[in-house]
Design a protein around this ligand. Sequence first.
Ligand code: FUB
Length: 320
Amino acid sequence: MKTTTKLYRHRWSIFFFYLLTSLYVQGQNPVITHKYTADPAALVHNDSVYLYTGHDEADKDFHFYDMKEWLVFSSSDMVNWKEHKVPLKVKDFSWAKADAWASQVIERNGKFYWYVTVTHATVPGKAIGVAVSDSPTGPFKDALGKALVTNDMTKATDISWDDLDPTVFIDDDGQAYLYWGNTACYYTRLKENMTELDGPVHTVDLPNFTEAPWIHKRGDWYYLSYAYEFPEKIAYAMSRSITGPWEYKGILNEVAGNSNTNHQSIIHFKGKDYFIYHNGSIPTDGGSFRRSVCIDYLYYNEGGTMKRVIMTSEGIDPAD
Ligand code: FUB
């Protein structure tokens, strides 16, 4: 074969190799790299996933949280994420003074309710607020003009930061529940309007509960996952009822590299299950106060228990 023909074929093979590799989109962890993102809460709505996060803005020499706003990203495959305009800030709550900490959005009757942690301006300690929007990407506005939960309403611990990390779940009969807490895990019912508590505040007894409760349901099982010990692992309990009794099932995820918090969100999307969390793995300044959201697969055992999550750098393939 002539040398020119060989060269010609060689060039075409290189061209096809690059074409094929560029068509194959692979995920990566962390999934967002241009900003530090923390405390993921994912919502599946109309064939898309909306990923709500906090925004870590601490300087690398500042060793605590600096969080003033929340962010929202959307995706139809969980690999390619579109960032939307900043949908909510601490300053949107006139009664709050700081700390856009962990949150969750849920949809009811075409409205999107965003339950957030902030520091209250006048009642000492953390508080839970709720914002509302007609769209999953906002704009959101304070739904109440005051806090939904303040530190003086809960008495299971003496600390002032036990009213944080809200998670919301609507049961099959339409009853909504709010879970939250730090060192004590609290829950109560919400009224149908989603902006008023409906009855007393209860506690759930869970081994080494730190914070970050997340409720999800699969089949007939309810799951309550949560941050366990400190530095945090994620553990979980299962129940046949949203109000318990909860049976502790063990560790679901190990300490997430280079971050003392882990904060999980669990969803089912397009036939697969996902474990969404944060770590401090962005080189070289990532860490406990400069965190980044990651996504890995979640698998169940027969009988409904969950397999230990394997955290990866590669992340997931595009969902289809
Ligand atoms: O992001 C601030 C706090 O760190 C959250 O509220 C906790 O869940 C932990 O991730």
